[in-house]
Design a protein around this ligand. Sequence first.
Ligand code: GLY
Length: 355
Amino acid sequence: MINLSVNIKSKNKSYPVFIENQTISALKEKILSFLNGKNFLVVISEKVEKLYGKELSFEKSQKFILKDGEKEKNFKNYKKILEKALKMKLTRHDAIVAVGGGVVGDLAGFAASTYMRGTGYIQVPTTLLACIDSSVGGKTAIDTNYGKNLVGSFYQPDVVFINPNFLKTLDDRQFKSGLGEVVKYTFIEKSCKCEEDLNLTNFLTENVQNILGKNEKTLSKLIEICIKLKISVVEKDETESGLRKILNFGHTYGHAVEKITNYKKYTHGEAIVEGMKFAFNLAVKRNLIDKNYKYFADDVIKKFNFREIQPFSQEKMVELMQMDKKATSKNIVFILPTDYSTVNEFSLLPEEINL
Ligand code: GLY
């Protein structure tokens, strides 16, 4: 078992992240033991419930089953979760347990952060994306008609239980979506300022087949490396006032890809991979990096065979990027590569990004 720890000094809060390949019933025992007799509500993805509901064997009355898909991360479900918690008479000393991908984690986390001004919250991520990113770091949110994640909070879980065994049943496209964010870490690794030299780039390039083949040990190690990088960033900047912005590498253009296709055509990871390619091209154009680094990055990305993205009108994409919540007036904020595994923040005018 790998036991990591997140320490958010400003909030005087630390919590463990366990990474362990184990049976579902063993995982359930660990969750119960952590809860130590507390009352709890499990918010679980419908898909995960179908696949693992029997083994997890939570009582019906303790469960809120959430349909799958980003559109479920809404006010209506948020309200329903709170109402269910109230009906169950949960107190602020009890807990909400999120079992699923990023949608479940974000929604359940936001409910936990506001229920009685904050109740316990346990993350059990079941997708690669949630294992290596959203389950750690405390970003919680729901979507609105005006945009994604516009209502939310920074609220750290009490514990994260990662069981890579869940990934065996994750469909290939969702698995690859997570790999998009894994590849992102390789291009920001040095900027994460982790004390340990993890060398994700070597690990990725040496283990492509084992990763794509979902080899248990390889996935555990891969998740460990990514989470160590994420911990290093969020411990230094929980609320994204500085360093944490680097986690948005590839996201400025990637979010525009998601928006222009109504969040339907491409997965988050596919969009982010396209966003990273855009960022590398922009960095070359602005002489931030030499072409050899861009070719190297192209090669790393190619190894994972991500889905190709159609071309879009540059004008429309610029318009969408200007609407991003991180944009300031006309300027668009990009995280761009400046050296191997190193990125920096740039605020550019639309005319400065014409490729
Ligand atoms: N997913 C990016 C972050 O946690 O900041």
